[in-house]
Design a protein around this ligand. Structure first.
Ligand SMILES: C[S@@+](CC[C@H](N)C(=O)[O-])C[C@H]1O[C@@H](n2cnc3c(N)ncnc32)[C@H](O)[C@@H]1O
Length: 404
């Protein structure tokens, strides 16, 4: 029976060919860390619209290795609790923990530009596979990994031990970082965030790098890479597209119920300057989230089958409703935040710059706000109140002002 070494070499070879794996030290990590150790008690494979459970115990060993080394993301938990050993038939559910596709994990850790001796903080331990790769490269004492789900964290910790790494696996909300072991040279998040929390900047050494997926829509997130400055600010750019499950406390509750009631009282109505259908594309979707954090794009149908399109920000009781008008679109807006005005302004600025790819976006973070640019154009400046509600923002600013 194979011990998995051939599969690991084949995986490394594939990642090299794809351009995800370029450095000998990371190649050695991929060739050494057994992914199958991190998949206990099993995985869910998406087939025919449902999740089929597959476990090591219930599979032929060769089949289990084949599953472990597929290039795909392997879902290990559904709906915040369900694992593959708890069901025998395919089930419905939403993935809440996984072993991310090795191509994405490896290309991300390559982008971290780590050096020997660096201290790394990972947010989103998941199975522990990515933490194990980093332990192999840097040593177990140099890796701290935070997982919000206690059961997931405990399984990852056991898998890391089994792989020979006594890592610092911390159970907690990674949006707070892990001050006890700060400062770090590198921070990497393998769950998506609406914005990079300032606390990560505070916990990173000057010159250190933070890498995180920013955005909460499935098709429209960007991988941000920022460097922390001596003055406690951070700056960098979006280095590519990325797709990760959302940090748990930031996962949006889908807008449901009577949409007509939500849009009953409009404050304004006008023709749009650009089509809202642009938001189906990745870059405009990314810009929409930067310009209107917290907004969700919602599609629905009337009883007669007519398509309906909205932006909703339930927390701020703000919305925009789009209606086709010949070749144009009408927008009705309501609530304290004119969502579409903000999104449209960002889209127009992007078009003025020649509609470049997501990698043209630069970003600057201070303790008070996040500013995004494309070329010479400022796309959006967002203070804390754009994300966390005015009352919470005031408390937050009060804490910052009065911090030791
Ligand atoms: C895509 S998985 C991580 C993949 C993992 N690094 C791997 O390759 O094995 C994302 C993980 O982030 C965790 N997570 C979500 N929100 C979090 C938070 N606020 N703090 C820490 N972990 C979080 C989820 O529970 C999930 O296990």
């Amino acid at each position: 029976m194979s011990d998995g070494a051939a599969e690991r070499r084949a995986l490394a070879g594939r990642l090299v060919q794809e351009g995800a794996l370029t450095t000998p030290a990371w190649r050695a990590a991929v060739e050494s860390v057994p992914r199958e150790l991190f998949l206990n008690p099993g995985v869910f494979l998406y087939e025919g619209g449902r999740w089929r459970p597959a476990t090591a115990l219930g599979s032929d060993p060769a089949e289990w290795l084949r599953i472990a080394y597929t290039p795909d993301t392997l879902t290990t938990q559904l709906d915040g609790h369900l694992t593959a050993d708890q069901v025998s038939e395919p089930v419905a559910g939403l993935p809440t923990s996984s072993s991310t596709t090795p191509a994405l994990v490896v290309s991300m850790i390559e982008s971290l530009d780590v050096q020997d001796g660096h201290q790394v903080l990972e947010i989103g331990t998941g199975t522990g596979y990515s933490a194990a790769l980093m332990c192999h490269r840097l040593g177990e004492d140099n890796v701290t990994t935070v997982e919000v789900d206690p059961e997931v964290a405990s399984r990852a910790d056991a898998a890391l031990e089994a792989a020979g790494f006594s890592t610092w696996t911390v159970t907690g909300d990674g949006l707070l970082g892990h001050p006890r072991r700060a400062p770090y040279d590198r921070v990497i998040a393998t769950c998506a965030v609406r914005r990079i929390p300032y606390t990560w900047v505070r916990q990173t050494k000057p010159g250190g790098i933070i890498l995180a997926t920013v955005g909460s829509w499935a098709n429209g997130a960007g991988l941000a890479k920022v460097t922390v400055n001596e003055d406690g600010t951070a700056e960098g750019r979006i280095i590519g597209r990325a797709s990760f499950m959302q940090a748990r406390s930031q996962a949006a509750t889908p807008v449901a119920g009577d949409l007509g009631a939500r849009t009953a009282y409009a404050d304004s109505e006008r023709q749009t300057k650009v089509s809202p259908l642009m938001l189906d594309e990745w870059m405009p979707a990314f810009l929409a989230q930067v310009a209107a954090p917290g907004a969700q794009l919602v599609r629905a149908k009337t009883n007669g089958g007519a398509e309906l399109l909205y932006l909703f920000d339930p927390e701020r009781e703000s919305w925009a409703e789009f209606t086709p008008d010949g070749d144009d679109w009408q927008v009705r807006q309501g609530g304290p935040v004119t969502l579409w005005d903000d999104v449209e302004e960002a889209l127009l600025a992007w078009q003025e710059e020649g509609s470049p790819d997501i990698t043209a976006v630069r970003l600057h973070i201070t303790d008070r706000c996040h500013t995004y640019w494309i070329g010479g154009q400022q796309i959006a400046t967002r203070t804390s109140s754009h994300w966390i509600g005015d009352e919470a923002a005031l408390r937050w600013q009060h804490r910052l002002t009065n911090r030791p």
